[in-house]
Design a protein around this ligand. Structure first.
Ligand code: SF4
Length: 176
């Protein structure tokens, strides 16, 4: 029988790893996630830890009015609540996520919504006021730019549909 290989990059905090800035996890309870995990389909990563940041760490947000892709273009920075600038660590973590995805040939990611790294539809306002706005984090932006389908934890059914399409396409023999 063919050995299962990972198919989905997942934010480590969603699997219960205590890697958030406050030292807590953001565990997601989902039968689908359990099913993927049992089948060996998940590859967990915390981009911020992969970029060298510690736990705990000050909360950080993309500058108000800016998006993750603008950080990549050098038009915006990440700021933390103590006035620090962890932009380079965030970029290094996103690059580590991309390298992992490419090493394993992954085409799908399920990332934690709202994070300046992992958010795929919502990010913080940039004012440390608890308000979210439409936006894309650094890791999500980089993965999307490289063709990875990025979903949030609120879109597991869509991720499952993408997975099924990918598997049937590969089993059926995609044209080169
Ligand atoms: Fe979770 Fe992503 Fe934040 Fe790490 S960077 S704690 S994986 S949301």
């Amino acid at each position: 029988m063919a050995e299962a290989r990972p198919r989905i990059l997942v934010s480590a905090c969603l699997l219960g790893a205590p890697v958030r800035y406050d030292g807590r996890a953001q565990e997601l309870r989902s039968a689908l996630l359990d099913q993927w995990q049992a089948a060996g389909l998940l590859l967990p990563l915390c981009p911020e830890l992969a970029g060298g940041l510690p736990v705990p760490r000050p909360p950080a947000e993309i500058e108000a009015g800016s998006q993750g892709w603008q950080v990549w273009l050098g038009q915006a920075r990440i700021r933390d609540a103590q006035g620090g600038d962890p932009t380079e660590a965030f970029k290094a973590g996103a690059a580590a996520a991309l390298a992992l995805v490419q090493r394993h040939g992954l085409r799908i990611a399920v990332l934690k919504e709202g994070s300046p790294s992992c958010g795929s539809q919502r990010i913080a306002s940039g004012h440390f006021d608890g308000i979210k706005r439409a936006g894309l984090g650094l890791t999500a932006a980089l993965l999307r730019q490289h063709g990875v389908q990025v979903f949030s934890e609120h879109e597991l059914d869509a991720a499952q549909a993408a997975l099924q399409e990918l598997v049937s396409w590969q089993v059926g023999g995609a044209p080169a």
